[in-house]
Design a protein around this ligand. Structure first.
Ligand SMILES: Cc1cc2nc3c(=O)[nH]c(=O)nc-3n(C[C@H](O)[C@H](O)[C@H](O)COP(=O)(O)O)c2cc1C
Length: 206
């Protein structure tokens, strides 16, 4: 046992990371990507997310090395098969999609029905897994980006990844290294997003 401060000692570095994290475009990532124990830590961080009912409603599929090109070829094949008038340039881009960065982790949202936990909550848990892994990658000195795109919604790609008909790709998480600080992007304004309920009541009352 212990107090929360003993269990979670203050860690300003973690907060700095959360307040400064930003993506680097997958195509701009360089070698190396996380591997070995670093990759395992990232995947374990993905397991450590809020999960109503202990359902484990996610799967993490690691795509590294040559497997990235092989997956790319499969994605391009699915695109040609599933599209009425496939464009060769799109097919080529899709073929290059998985290998654009050193490492790809596909996070799938896999709905479980052992307990009556709403689907929405299970899907949210998969999103939390994506974010935990991105943050863990950053904490280990790597960069990351969460992408979806055509391949995330293709039934054929779902099959190629070994997912079931009800499973969905929550994200393609790309990870790698990067020299220099990534450029910042516009962020939502605190005052536009944060509401205190008492203020809401005042507005309603007036
Ligand atoms: C579910 C989800 C899917 C996304 N898919 C794409 C995508 O396909 N292409 C893209 O450019 N950004 C996509 N993004 C946005 C990037 O992950 C990221 O937010 C963006 O590159 C800006 O970086 P930031 O993490 O610093 O905000 C997606 C984000 C989420 C949450």
């Amino acid at each position: 046992m212990g107090t929360s401060r003993e269990i979670n000692p203050e860690n300003p570095e973690t907060l700095d990371l959360l307040l400064s994290r930003r993506s680097v475009k997958a195509g701009r990532m360089e070698m190396p990507g996380p591997g070995g124990s670093a990759l395992e830590k990232i995947l374990r961080a993905g397991l450590r997310v809020p999960d109503h009912g202990k359902m484990g409603p996610w799967e993490f599929i690691v795509v590294e090395g040559d497997a990235r090109q092989k997956l790319g070829a499969e994605i391009a094949r699915c695109y040609r098969e599933e599209t009425d008038k496939p464009s060769e340039s799109v097919a080529r881009k899709l073929a290059d999609f998985p290998a654009q960065a050193p490492l790809l982790v596909v996070v799938a949202s896999c709905l479980r029905d052992a307990k009556p936990i709403p689907e929405w909550e299970q899907v949210l848990s998969a999103g939390a897994a994506c974010q935990n892994m991105l943050v863990a990658a950053h904490a280990l000195g790597f960069v990351g980006q969460w992408l979806t795109g055509w391949a995330a919604y293709s039934p054929g790609v779902r099959g190629v990844l070994g997912l079931g008909a009800k499973d969905r790709v929550a994200g393609f998480l790309f990870m790698g290294s990067h020299e220099g600080a990534p450029s910042e992007r516009h962020r939502a304004e605190y005052a536009d997003v944060v509401r205190h309920w008492a203020e809401v009541l005042q507005v309603t009352d007036s």
